[in-house]
Design a protein around this ligand. Sequence first.
Ligand code: SF4
Length: 762
Amino acid sequence: MIYLVQPPLVQLNAPYPSIYYLRSFLEKNGYSCIVSDHSIALFERIFCRQGTETLFADARRAFGKTPGAAAENPYARYNIERFLSESEQWTAVIDRLVNFLRGKDREFAHLLTQANGVIPGGPRYDSCLEAADGQPGPDSAPVLASRLLADLADFITVALDPSFSLVRYAEHLSASVRDFSQVTAGLDSYILNTFYRPFLQEEWRNLEKKLPGGEGQFLLGATIPFPGCLAGALVCAESAKEYFGDRVCTAAGGGYVNTELRSLEEDRFFDYFDYLCFDRGYGSLRAVLDRRAAGGDTDKPLYKTMYRPHGHRSIVRDQAIENSACEKPREEPSESYAEADRDSVKTIFPDYTGIDFSRYIYPVDDANPMHRLWSDGHWLKAYLAHGCYWHACAFCDVQLDYIRGYSPADPEALFAHLKDQAEKTGVRGVHLVDEAAPAASLVRLAELNRAAGLPLEFWGNIRFEKAFTPDTAALLAAGGLIGVSAGIEVASEQGFKRIGKGITLREVVRACAAFKEAGILTHAYLIYGYWDEQEEEIIDSAETMRQLFSQGLLDSAFWHKFVLTRHSRIYAEWKRGRHGDLAVTGDSAAPGEPKLFANNDLRFEGEEQYDKFTAPLDALLSAWMNGDTETPVDRAFPFKVPAPSVPADTVTELLDAYARDRDQERAEFPADGGQRLIFLGSSPMMRPSRGGARLFWRWRLADHEVTVTADRAAALKLLLEKVSRNPSDDPQGFMQELREIIGAAALPELWNTLRNGGLALY
Ligand code: SF4
């Protein structure tokens, strides 16, 4: 038996997909699995009547005894006292608040938006009320409820446990922390001790009843996707070992393991987890299970696995994890494990069957419609491809399998699976968690979804590139695509080149314009503080972004400060002697330093010079997203910056060129071969008209029509219906039929009407 766990804390709106992928894989291989999301379970433990009673009683005691830093900070002191004073209101209301955020108890919206002091509050709630002049309408209730929950989480952080936040735990103790002692010291904390460890004891008692004869052995597999799950994962493994002793074997994998722990030297980590599984995890996990089934604890390397043999202090690592020397040759049939990794992308899809989605909440962190997608939905999460087909951007982890090991899933099989999952779970939205979903797979997914009558809607990460034409975007929208996010990074031609983004500003504008015309939300990721970036480039990038927002081409964006990582192309090139100006610091452990634990993020000289840009760039984004795109960008900086060198009409000109090209392309007849054609308008309706018949349909909220003879209208209606549900691979044949219906002379005008009324060529 295998117990798969998502340790706390990750996002609370939907199950994180890893353990559901693993469950599918393991069950296909004949293992029985139990999946358990400790993230949502811990949330439920804390944010309920009993949980808040405990919180307030403990906070009252702690504050009375040692007010600590809070006593010196009047603002913190006031807020703690405010929460303690309103503690009864909090405990009275918390269950309703959480249920409301789950999409239940709609009546609570009216109580919540009375704003008369019956409901307790906090600083975030106050500012939301203030923005509504103290009179929010019931439609504001989801935002108010989300703010209230965040206020209570802040109270926990300030009064009881500084490591706590709603969607991560002790992240500062885990990201690229070289000394494992810092992490273990953080495990003795309020939330983990008061809520998580007692939950685990109950979980183990229940689990024990499910073990064969109550005493069988089992494997606990934990996924650690982010640093904010590491503390929870360690406590989970420690508690399971204390409870079950030799009956449990523990293994961990996931994004954090893949990026941060590849060079792990700290053998104390294996007091918690017996095995670390790398990359896709399927092959490694199977190698672990085979080893256990064979009853052997040897000291031979296991496929993409790290472990510490029983009674040893040294770690055995497979050479495939890193290019470090492999201590001993593998004994396993490693090709079959590699095959499991390779084939999994084609055959393994996440199985959410039996998961109670009603436990998850819909927090509304932001009114921005694109931002809301991240949290305001119970999405089924899946990917169209493992890895990124581009895998060339200089800052990205392109040395690692999760980026470099590109392998697309079969869109047909994935669609059939997701449709089935939607029927079983009642969740119809899909979040494609790709690094950059391939355009061809997205198109196929949209075709299938549209042909099946739109059982799904979906959104996810892409690359802004030329494959996203106006017609492709139109088909994607008609097939259920609602939003895309993609990296622009440094919005300048020079920046694209240096980063190796492989796109041009023209392509970005064209892709964004196509998505916006199709009514698809767009989000851009940006980077500032790239290691050799000049101030001029940051300002030019900001100016280009201002113009993109000003033209309505983006709905939202986010600026990340550049982080140099060990698995990036830049670092690999630096190691080979390139980038003489880049001075990486602390690349290897100094003598006397503790054994290495996590080490993905690297420092470099001069990186702090970019810190001053953080607040002004965030302020600019906020202004643009709220509609102020006219203020010159340099005014946002409280220090002297160069004026942008980007002409103020750069994006407008590219947009004009886009419109010209689009209109010209629509006027052209299909080229020979290689294109598909589909009619995306509504079902054409025929009505007698003077001298013939009027054929009428709707597309993109507008009316479209042609008036021809009754016979021609009937034939045209049939032809459009034929290419409406399913695309045609023979646009030339379609043209021929059209020509026969209307005649060669009238063809260009009819073609123009159809192309501007939903007939797409892609
Ligand atoms: S940044 Fe995005 S597009 Fe570039 S290599 Fe990484 S995943 Fe691919």
